[in-house]
Design a protein around this ligand. Structure first.
Ligand code: BG6
Length: 511
């Protein structure tokens, strides 16, 4: 975080792209496993192209694509070139160095050929023995690829190099046990310090801004605790359905796909203690400490603290959309959840007694990720209830996406003779305060992996703790412990999710 953390403060003065001003990584070769797949085309290559365009890649840089698809170097270069706009001369120049290795991931020959391509790049392009391996294959292959890399000596830098790092995509296991099996496989091949587990939410500028808001200001932190906060709400809402990922999603569901990772990361940053130092260890230690304080639900209690839902047909953005069960590659009697709402408790000095409500869902009315802190009401309202009907609790909303910003809601007197009160908002908009384009999450994270800054990556103990919280809920649902509820696409989720809060005399803040 050291080099990148300073960027937001400077961005306001200069209306460029923030990565125009960050340091270049050293020479390196990046190897992408799963190079002909969706993630590479949709996220990795565009992020690399943006980095290249902004001069944030070294001249001695190359990508080696590895996949089963029978492509040659030129096919891969064509796809890579297409990831940037027409005027991207810097990127096109880099793409000429790119190489492709077609082969089975379990086959030694694939890795022999990869090794000689890497040696060749060191010679011809000057990649200097530095390696960044990126696992973008199906998760079942993560361990296989890591072991094969180690077997071929690729877990260490090549001649003259200083690093070999392994970036691992989510999902990181299906539950605690499988995550631990994967960890053991990876640790046989790579040291923990070489492993960079990606959660792209950590690369979002506004997720990091939670830290700035809390720990760089003296007005917020004093009230950021059980003495003043009534409840915390985290919403990760998506307008999209499962698109063409039905096959994957059937096995995952919203709890594994979003809650175990993205929601837990946002929750940890929102509720953790201030670290002494904003570095990789400081931040990650505090996140784990916080996740350890989240009460692990009892399987029997899951019905009362969690709601799972699945979307039916409905209307989103004025368009009719099908039910989840009618999506491609989804079983007609599927019980996979596309919506989760939970009430969590955090048992530590700061948060004891403050409920933390979280929810995520596909096919909700809009795409919006938001953290809301609702404060306690004043102890005595001297104005009389009639005049304060439109007065809500004070709240802070951190809008993570889209329309990034922070909103503070407080009460004001409505002009006129009566002393009527109403809630009003004070808004900070990222786009207005800092014009210029912001780096995409993958740009930020790839750059951090290249310069060797692990701050925004997920450590093994964080992954394990997040699974520990989620596992009993998976178990309860696998045993059919609580009913699958329904909601129409384009609504804010099942009625049961509203009841979860209504029981506590509270309501969701819909973004
Ligand atoms: C991914 C999930 O991790 O995050 C997807 O697998 C989801 O299902 C996506 O759509 C959401 O990311 P973002 O950045 O659009 O909020």
């Amino acid at each position: 975080m050291t080099s990148t953390a300073a960027a937001p403060a400077r961005r306001g003065q200069n209306h460029g792209h923030e990565l125009d001003r960050v340091g270049k990584p050293p020479p390196l070769a990046m190897v992408v496993f799963g190079a002909s797949g969706d993630l590479t085309a949709r996220k990795l290559l565009p992020a690399l192209a943006a980095l290249g365009e902004h001069g944030a890649l070294p001249d001695e840089f190359a990508v080696v694509g590895v996949a089963r698809t029978e492509w040659g170097d030129d096919d891969f270069r064509r796809v890579a070139a297409g990831a940037a706009g027409d005027h991207s001369s810097r990127w096109r120049k880099l793409v000429d160095n790119f190489r492709y290795v077609a082969g089975e991931y379990g086959h030694p020959d694939t890795f022999d050929r990869l090794k000689s391509v890497l040696d060749d790049l060191d010679d011809k392009v000057g990649t200097s023995g530095n390696r960044l391996y990126y696992l973008a294959t199906i998760p079942d292959l993560f361990g296989v690829v890591a072991e094969a890399l180690a077997h071929h000596g690729c877990n260490k830098p090549g001649a003259g190099g200083t690093f070999a790092r392994l970036v691992v995509e989510k999902p990181y296991g299906d539950d605690l046990e499988s995550a631990q099996v994967l960890d053991r496989q990876l640790h046989k091949a790579f040291e923990e310090s070489q492993i960079y587990r990606i959660d792209h939410y950590m690369g979002k500028e506004t997720v990091q801004n939670v830290l700035a808001l809390r720990f760089a200001n003296s007005v917020f932190e004093p009230v950021w605790n059980r003495r003043y906060v009534d409840n915390v709400q985290i919403t990760v809402a998506e307008e999209l359905g499962v698109e063409h990922r039905g096959g994957f999603y059937e096995r995952a569901g919203a709890l594994r796909d979003i809650v175990q990772n993205h929601v837990m990361q946002v929750l940890a940053l929102t509720l953790m203690e201030p670290p002494a130092l904003m570095d990789a260890q400081g931040i990650r230690d505090e996140k784990v400490k916080l996740l350890r304080a989240v009460v692990v639900p009892e399987v029997e209690a899951v019905t009362t603290m969690a709601v799972r839902g699945q979307y039916g047909a409905g209307t989103v953005g004025g368009q009719g959309v099908p039910a989840y069960r009618d999506e491609q590659d989804v079983a007609p009697d599927s019980t996979t959840e596309t919506y989760v709402a939970m009430k969590l408790a955090v048992e530590n000095w700061r948060w004891a007694g403050v409920p933390v409500y979280v929810r995520t869902g596909k096919r909700l009315p809009k795409r919006a990720t938001e953290v809301a802190l609702e404060f306690q009401r004043v102890p005595h309202l001297a104005f009389g209830q009639r005049l304060a009907r439109e007065l809500h609790a004070n709240s802070i909303f951190v809008r993570i996406q889209p329309d990034e910003g922070v909103r503070l809601v407080f009460g004001a007197k409505v002009p006129g003779e009566e002393f009527r009160l109403r809630s009003v908002g004070m808004d900070f908009s990222y786009a207005q305060a800092f014009p210029g384009s912001t780096a995409d999450a993958y740009e930020r994270l790839l750059h951090d992996a290249m310069i060797g800054d692990p701050t925004l990556f997920i450590r093994t103990d964080e992954v394990a703790q997040a699974w520990t919280i989620v596992d009993p809920i998976l178990d309860a649902w696998a045993e059919d412990g609580s009913p699958l509820t329904r909601y129409a696409a384009g609504t804010w989720g099942p009625h049961e999710a509203d009841l979860l809060l209504a029981r506590d005399l509270r309501e969701w803040h819909d973004p």
